[in-house]
Design a protein around this ligand. Structure first.
Ligand SMILES: [Zn+2]
Length: 284
């Protein structure tokens, strides 16, 4: 059976965009949908990575594709919680992080499928974060999760998201969606005042700021996907991704993404919110 036919054309277009221009994603999160769909899409993504033919992957002809289909590829490693445990075992995660630095066996890249990461506690996710921040160029990660709520924000800011289904994704407050709409208009506006006004509505509110930064990352990532011929997946905020894509270069958008991800990471250290708004305002 051809795995590509199971998923919506929107998902496949987005997946294709991750492999366009000879690129290869280093960390993907698949969330929403059913556990079976997530597993299948994670295997398809891993297969494309080990096949290594970019836009033309999977070729379905090479040894890497054959072994991936038979589930015997030595460079596709699945890490999950043991059947008799409620959560991932910390030492398994530690070992994976250590082994991720070893070079692949057959393919040019090795892939760790981290299955259902919502079952990994925060401490272990922080171990994983270390390698997600600076992975060796020959190692990639495909994470699956029931929804993005089970993934810590810093990990979320390091992955490209592929969302299956509509209602299983993370729910954001209406307030956060509104601020993101304002921020997007402000980013695309020549008037400094618009930015000041948009960031002022964060008002030192930690929960709101976290939501807004997380949403902004999604909007910016979708804008990059749109630039590369992919599809935006953020639903309600598709228009915002398009607005940013239309008025910015890919490099600009990636720079903004770095700023927002950096601020999102700094949230863990109880930052000064007035300063954070100022940085957001100055750098976008
Ligand atoms: Zn192949």
């Amino acid at each position: 059976m051809n795995m590509e036919n199971i998923f919506s054309s929107e998902i496949i277009t987005t997946l294709n965009s991750l492999f366009s221009d000879g690129r290869c994603p280093h960390a993907v999160l698949i969330d929403g949908g059913s556990a079976e769909d997530r597993q299948m899409l994670s295997r398809l993504t891993a297969k494309r990575i080990v096949c290594g033919k970019g836009e033309n992957s999977p070729c379905n002809e090479c040894e890497n594709c054959r072994k991936a289909d038979e589930n015997i590829h030595p460079d596709i490693i699945t890490v999950a919680r043991p059947d008799d445990k409620k959560f991932f075992v910390k030492s398994d995660v530690k070992n994976m992080v250590a082994e991720a630095y070893l070079t692949p066996n057959d393919a040019l890249k090795k892939v760790y499928i981290i299955s259902e990461i919502q079952q990994m506690n925060e401490e272990s996710q922080n171990l994983l974060l270390k390698i997600l921040e600076e992975p060796p160029h020959y190692t990639a990660f495909v994470l699956t999760s029931q929804n993005a709520n089970g993934v810590i924000g810093t990990v979320l800011s390091r992955v490209v998201r592929l969302r299956l289904g509509k209602n299983n994704g993370v729910q954001f407050s209406e307030n956060a969606v509104e601020v993101v709409k304002k921020l997007t208009s402000a980013v695309c506006s020549p008037y400094e005042y618009d930015k000041i006004q948009a960031t002022a509505s964060l008002d030192g509110n930690k929960k709101l700021t976290a939501e807004v930064l997380e949403l902004m990352v999604i909007v910016l990532r979708d804008a990059v996907a749109l630039k590369n011929g992919g599809a935006a997946l953020a639903g309600e905020l598709n228009k915002q991704s398009k607005e940013i894509a239309d008025s910015n270069s890919v490099k600009n958008i990636l720079d903004m993404c770095d700023v927002v991800c950096g601020l999102h990471r700094s949230l863990d250290n109880n930052p000064n919110y007035t300063l954070l708004s100022a940085v957001l305002c100055a750098k976008l």
